[in-house]
Design a protein. Structure first.
Length: 167
């Protein structure tokens, strides 16, 4: 027969793990609505103060640079033209107060001339996260375009295990 104290301890660990996964999924799924609405502070608040957003076209470090990306002329043209950042469900590897989540994302753009939408890009995403003051935050997000490049495949391959990236 199982000791009740042991059982309660194991159940508490499982509940914490489930809450962590749900919190991480909510954080990641909140990115699209925040960035597509131009909510720069909400986007930046997903990251730690010194968090890094490494996209194949360049990198941003810190919330100020991430906010500036949302306010940039390029990003504002996406918003006002009609866009959707769609993030697929993440595969999450938890390790105490850190985690790695791996998923795909798509940028869908509206074409005003044809009235249709098209997928502008599809990327492999790695979200490295840490629990900070009881909340999950992004420490590093790395995106690479899925156009045959090795870095995108590496992100996806490392996702199942939470292994480090070599680049």
């Amino acid at each position: 027969m199982t000791d009740n104290t042991e059982l309660v301890g194991r159940l508490a660990e499982r509940v914490q793990m489930l809450e962590d996964r749900l919190d991480i999924m909510n954080l990641i799924s909140g990115y699209g609505p925040a960035v597509d609405s131009g909510s720069a502070e909400a986007v930046a608040d997903l990251w730690t103060e010194d968090g890094r957003y490494d996209v194949d076209t360049g990198a941003m470090t810190g919330r100020t640079e991430i906010e500036a990306m949302v306010h940039s002329r390029n990003h504002q043209s996406y918003i006002h033209g009609g866009c959707a950042h769609l993030v697929g469900p993440p595969h999450i590897v938890l390790d105490g107060d850190t985690a790695v989540a791996t998923c795909h994302s798509q940028l869908v753009m509206h074409d005003g001339e044809t009235g249709t939408n098209r997928v502008a890009r599809i990327t492999a995403n790695r979200w490295e996260l840490a629990r900070v003051d009881g909340r999950w935050k992004v420490t590093v997000r790395t995106n690479r375009l899925l156009d045959g490049r090795a870095e995108a495949r590496e992100i996806l391959a490392a996702g199942a295990t939470g292994a480090a990236l070599s680049f």
